[in-house]
Design a protein around this ligand. Structure first.
Ligand SMILES: Cc1cc2nc3c(=O)[nH]c(=O)nc-3n(C[C@H](O)[C@H](O)[C@H](O)COP(=O)(O)OP(=O)(O)OC[C@H]3O[C@@H](n4cnc5c(N)ncnc54)[C@H](O)[C@@H]3O)c2cc1C
Length: 350
């Protein structure tokens, strides 16, 4: 498509905010609409971690995507004048001997994941941590303050007259004054994408904000659940993953479950951590844990999808947005096949 004169971005979560910055940096006109409904980005812990802990493997294009994310968010940080990108190493507590052996082998070897892993001795661990089978560290990890990023971005576009509280759906077509729509509605895009045989799933997740009675140190500690230190001395604790809950509701049993998990790897204390906040959201997800990007149907040439970021929106977001905007501008003929709608066996162009 020829360079659009004015693009409508629908949604102002992480995806919508990043698309707006990408268009802004390219000097392209846009307006952003949001219906003000619940957003996964309002509750996201925002962590980035190049390693998948389940099988100790590098995440999808981890190095390249995380580098692009860091560059992009640090550039935006400067323009907004707020701190967003926080480097906080993750300490992974080994669950058993076999895991410890595999970690150490990978850390010392010539594996794709090796460059991300460090081995630790017990003296490297914070005094509050219990790790009978040992622990390893990912130094190049951390978190993005996603709610501050989306809030500050929204305020910026609003003050320029480029943001509106307004709903949009596919049946509305391409509104007057625009020649492209980039759909960043998160799970809000599910019904419209289903028209093309594209299943966008809702992955329910919950996080807590807690204040332990003793200091837990300045590194994230992960034993499947995790506790991430925040600048105000509290800790973010998460996360849950459920497919059977399709509304962003806080479940009564979750705080006890998460606290039990994270305190299991800490020295006994007389006092339970205090729960300051409990939040829930729906991650927009796909069957293969890759997003749905780009033009979906030649019959709707104005429409570009940009959703399905799952659990890793912060690390993959800047690259995903670049691909969508490159496809919009015709700089690439199509988005890469890993994120293209045609990888769905049920896909129909309609
Ligand atoms: C508990 C939890 C923890 C997480 N932790 C992490 C983490 O540590 N690291 C990480 O990278 N990711 C994490 N995520 C995932 C991350 O939140 C998502 O990948 C990302 O926020 C998705 O952003 P989005 O903009 O696509 O969707 P959303 O943030 O859901 O935004 C969608 C937007 O669209 C708007 N909208 C919806 N329908 C309409 C409509 N019809 N018209 C107009 N506007 C509409 C909504 O109001 C909202 O503004 C977590 C998610 C959850 C729930």
């Amino acid at each position: 498509m020829p360079s659009p004169r004015r693009t409508l971005i629908v949604g102002d979560g992480l995806a919508g905010a990043l698309v707006a910055w990408e268009l802004h940096h390219r000097g392209l006109a846009f307006e952003q609409w949001s219906d003000g409904g619940p957003a996964a980005s309002d509750v996201a812990a925002g962590m980035f971690n190049p390693v998948s802990f389940r099988r100790i493997l590098a995440q999808w294009n981890a190095k390249v995507q995380q580098e692009e994310a860091q560059t992009r968010f640090q550039q935006i940080e400067k323009e907004l004048g707020i701190e967003l990108w926080h480097r906080v190493p993750i300490v992974r507590i080994f669950p058993d001997e076999a895991y410890a052996e595999l970690w150490n082998e990978r850390a010392e070897g010539d594996h794709e994941v090796s460059e991300f892993l460090e081995t630790l001795t017990s003296s490297d661990l914070h005094e509050s941590v219990i790790a009978p089978f040992g622990a390893g560290r990912i130094p190049n990890a951390g978190w993005l303050d996603v709610p501050s990023f989306t809030r500050a971005s929204r305020e910026r576009w609003r003050s320029q007259g480029d943001w509106q509280l307004q709903s949009w759906k596919m049946a509305d077509g391409c509104p007057d004054g625009f020649d492209a729509v980039i759909d960043c509605r998160g799970v809000g895009a599910a019904n419209d994408l289903a028209l093309f045989g594209l299943e966008l799933r809702r992955n329910h997740g919950e996080v807590l904000n807690i204040q332990p009675s003793e200091d837990w140190g300045q590194e994230t500690v992960n034993n499947v659940s995790w506790a991430l230190p925040l600048p105000d001395g509290t800790y973010r604790v998460g996360s849950t993953y459920r497919w059977d809950v399709v509304e962003p509701v806080c479940l009564e049993e979750t705080p006890a479950h998460l606290l039990e998990q994270v305190t299991r790897v800490r020295c006994q204390s007389d006092r339970e951590p205090q729960i300051m906040q409990h939040q829930a959201g729906l991650r927009p997800s796909c069957f293969d844990r890759r997003p749905i990007l780009g033009q979906v149907s030649p019959k709707h040439p104005y429409y570009f999808a940009c959703t399905g970021w799952g659990t890793r929106g912060v690390s993959i977001g800047p690259t995903m947005v670049r691909w969508v905007v490159q496809a919009l501008l015709g700089e690439i003929s199509e988005v890469p096949s890993e994120v293209h709608p045609k990888r769905f066996r049920t896909f129909t162009e309609n």
